[in-house]
Design a binder for this molecule. Structure first.
Ligand code: ADP
Length: 260
């Protein structure tokens, strides 16, 4: 579980996150959503310990972040950033990087490490791609390879920044299904998502940011019913379908969408 308590963060003298508190539980898939510039990526980077808050505390499993050593933290939390390099290596070699926090000084993979890499690759259905260079994969295939890297790291917490951007719709669904499986296995998974439709359809919870503040956190149904998404995104969002199989319809606000 990751808990944020009263986080403030500024780039220079420009406040970007203000008084952010939220809880992300194990076994749940969370979306961090909000308009452009609302602080989603910054919040995720704070959660991944790539940035430090000016005020407030982050906890993992009840223990403050600063009490975790680097390797211990890397064994508990993995973060997939927004811009990912395409190094000139194979899928297999990429996924092996997920085991680095576990290696001893010899830096050699043990049989158990190799097995973890094999399992991670097969759980994203990429057994036939192990020798393929990353540069020769499609966007969706490369993204699946990166998910395998996260799985090989075998951490109870996984953070992702825009994991579905630039992918076609069926690849987006495949990525979201994989994230659901990861959380279903007991992990705490949180992703910055641009696409509200995907967030509403697949996630257990939404953490809605507005101007650097957490406007609200809750289930998709709660966020829609309370009109939070309407207010923050200047849209009209309604639940449709039958309970248990909820669909959501998103329309422009009655006064028309906000001016760009
Ligand atoms: P989002 O992910 O919701 O689009 P970001 O967290 O990327 O929002 O950015 C929040 C605000 O912080 C934006 O106004 C952005 O311009 C600013 N910002 C982001 N990164 C930096 C940076 N490295 N230096 C200065 N300002 C930044």
């Amino acid at each position: 579980m990751i808990e944020l308590k009263g986080l403030d963060f500024a780039y220079g003298d420009r406040p970007v996150i203000q008084g952010a508190s939220a809880i992300f539980k194990k076994g749940e898939l969370w979306a961090i959503v909000g308009p452009n510039g609302s602080g989603k990526t910054t919040l995720l980077r704070l959660m991944g310990r790539l940035l430090s808050p000016a005020r407030g505390t982050l906890f993992m499993d009840g223990k403050p972040y600063f009490q975790y050593g680097r390797r211990e933290f890397a064994r508990r939390l993995a973060l997939l950033p927004q811009s990912r390099p395409t190094p000139a290596i194979s899928v297999w070699d990429l996924v092996c990087h997920g085991r680095f926090p576990y290696l001893d000084l010899s830096r050699r993979l043990t049989r158990a490490d190799t097995e973890a890499v094999r399992r991670a690759i097969s759980s994203v259905g990429m057994e036939d791609y192990t020798a393929r260079p990353l540069s020769e994969l499609s966007g969706g295939e490369r993204q699946r390879a990166y998910l395998a890297l996260l799985l090989a790291q075998d951490t109870p917490c996984i953070l992702l920044d825009e994991p579905t951007t630039y992918l076609d719709i069926s690849s987006q669904f495949a990525i979201m299904e994989t994230l659901r499986r990861m959380s279903g296995e007991g992990r705490c998974v949180a992703a910055v998502l641009h696409d509200l439709t995907l967030a509403l359809r697949f996630c257990d919870g939404l953490c809605v940011l507005d101007g650097g503040r957490v406007a609200a956190c809750g289930t998709p149904g709660e966020m829609v019913e309370a009109g939070i998404l309407d207010r923050v995104f200047k849209i009209r969002c309604e639940a449709a379908g039958i309970p248990g199989e909820r669909e959501y319809i998103i329309r422009p606000a009655e006064k028309g969408p906000k001016k760009l």
